[in-house]
Design a protein around this ligand. Sequence first.
Ligand code: THG
Length: 370
Amino acid sequence: MKARLAVSRRLRSTPFTKRIEALGVSDYSIVNHTILPKGFTRSVEEDYWHLREHVQLWDVSCQRQVEIRGHDAARLVQMMTPRDLRTAVAGQCLYTPLIDNNAGLLNDPVLLKLSEDHYWLSIADSDVLLWAKGLALGFGLNVSVREPDVSPLAVQGPKADALMERVFGPQVHEIKFFRFRKLNFQDRSLMVARSGYSKQGGYEIYLDDSSLGLQLWDTLWEAGQGLEVAPGSPNLIERVEGGLLSYGNEFTNANNPLECDFNKYCSFDDDLDYIGKGALCAIKEAGAAQIIRGIKFDCNKCPPCASTWPLLVENVNAGEISTAVWSPRLSCNVALGMLKRGYWDDGQSVVVECGDGTLRSGQVVDLPYK
Ligand code: THG
């Protein structure tokens, strides 16, 4: 018998859960204490092809918002990240690694700048709310820090534009990548961003009133008839091929931004200060000891990767894989993992020790996968 997840108030449902269950959800993960649908009636491979060809609705309510608002909001957000936010404008989304005093990563949210004194951190799986509240209190900042009633719903895939136009009108096409706008929905206005955890294009709707959840879902669902709309979720194959990292999987608090190739989100400007800057400068000086890379290996499907797998070069440990999955498009296994210095060059040959004990030969490749 397959074990089932006992959902409670502590493992939160979402405004869309009723529809997700009616559509035959088969698997949940837990992210930010919230259920994340992971599978429906199709296999991961069928979902992958569907996502690349059509349009899917994803209940990503688990991407919780940490709202930072008030006189010192900009100061607090900048304290939390090495990314230079001084030129950010309202209406912009920014991929924003958060670090601690040791330059250890705490999260990699999408930051939404609503106004000069109002921000949302759309977080991956860690309790950023507590860190932000602690900093606000410890530094005596004039801000409110809370988790608002906001549940993102992602519309992803090449037909997302057509579907969104049917519901929100042609203005959706004016939203640029990683920008958001308020658009009308049934006498209300909802924040709509052009973003999402796939490389297939699409939008994220930030539903800010749970009681509208089923109405929003049903409207999108009905508009998607004729476009082969389907329920979906972040797809493992698509995410690995696209090189989209996952906090807790590819990297944890034990890693720093340079190991994750987040150099372009790190400023070392003398006039900019943030927590962990000294530690991050020292790491930059010494050079990263390991870096996340793509690893493609073998023409036989690998087993599910639920922990890390060692990478070997001439029997010496050269790093480890954090996520691996069969790619039906590339006809090989594709993976993300950390390669130690000396072993991370494009084309480096490696041996992967899979969870089932098999040894498979592969090579290091640039991300994203071609
Ligand atoms: N959307 C929203 N919140 C999120 C995610 C999301 N929170 C959790 C998690 N995903 C955070 N992680 C990522 C990782 C990658 C991207 C977004 C969030 C992403 N990256 C683009 C890329 O790599 O092509 C662009 C980044 C950039 O601006 O350079 O989209 O998906 N709301």
